[in-house]
Design a binder for this molecule. Structure first.
Ligand code: ADP
Length: 253
């Protein structure tokens, strides 16, 4: 019965980072990374200094979604994060070939992520980072458990699509966070609307006793902005999607 009700493993906090928030999902392809980058942009729009760490070893999408390329510089033994759209950004996809990371097991994945977390110069003593958003790999298996045990998370936002099969996985994600004493800050329903239904995540949040943080419709502009390397929240700061993320940011900031 490995892993059950374990106390959190000792973690190393990144220096000069005030809060670390995870964005998680029980399933892949539900829009976790899309939410992570747009939430980060919405937090930055509130005047916070924000970083984003792409810990999704199975499919790092931050390089595409933020238009990042090239290995980061190292200065005095620290990784200098890229800066894109006002966000300090670091991705497992910038350090390694995606195909290599895909086959990592828990310990290797968590070692790489601990390294990016603690060796990146996210902030300085004079200018600490207010929030670091961590885009976790989807799923609720051993790799994810190891990661969240070793990452000093202050809270987690769980992204789900509305249909029952996705919600069951969101439930498992919440259970995983409970096991390591990381508070679930709430659920976000993505791709809400005609195709997948609507309201499932809100009902699920009520059942789990966690906050419902809002929904996002299927929106071609969200996908296009992601493919073009620019969060929609930054590209259209007055748009409907930006307003929805502003509301989420206000609740988790
Ligand atoms: P995950 O991180 O959960 O695997 P992504 O954020 O990478 O999911 O999203 C998967 C794909 O779906 C991407 O092409 C993304 O642009 C698109 N997508 C995500 N959310 C939406 C949405 N609400 N409307 C339209 N496309 C979306």
């Amino acid at each position: 019965d490995q892993g059950r009700a374990k106390a959190p493993v000792a973690t190393e906090r990144p220096a000069h980072v005030k809060r670390v928030l995870a964005v998680a999902s029980g399933k892949g392809g539900v829009g976790k990374s899309t939410v992570a980058v747009n939430l980060a942009a919405a937090l930055a729009a509130r005047g916070l200094s924000v970083g984003i760490l792409d810990a999704d070893v199975y499919g790092p999408s931050l390089p595409t979604m933020l238009g990042l390329s090239g290995q980061p510089d190292y200065v005095d033994g620290a990784i200098v994060p890229h800066v894109a759209h006002g966000l300090k950004a670091m991705s497992v996809g910038l350090l390694t070939k995606a195909d290599d990371a895909m086959i990592w097991r828990g310990p290797m994945a968590s070692q790489a992520i601990t390294q990016m977390l603690t060796q990146t110069r996210w902030g300085t003593e004079d200018a600490p980072l207010d929030v670091l958003v961590v885009d976790l790999p989807p799923g609720t298996g051993d790799v994810q458990l190891t990661l969240i045990q070793k990452t000093p998370l202050d809270g987690a936002v769980i992204v789900s699509t509305p249909q029952e099969v996705a919600l069951a996985d969101a439930r498992r994600a919440h259970t995983l966070f409970q096991r390591v004493n990381v508070p679930t800050l709430g659920l976000i329903e993505n791709m809400s609307g005609d195709v997948f239904g609507r309201g499932g995540a809100e009902a699920e949040a009520a059942r789990l006793g966690v906050a419902f943080l809002g929904d996002l419709p299927l929106d071609a502009a969200l996908r296009q902005a992601g493919d073009a390397g620019r969060p929609l929240v930054s590209a259209e700061p007055d748009g409907d999607v930006a307003q929805r993320f502003a509301a989420v940011a206000a609740r988790v900031a």
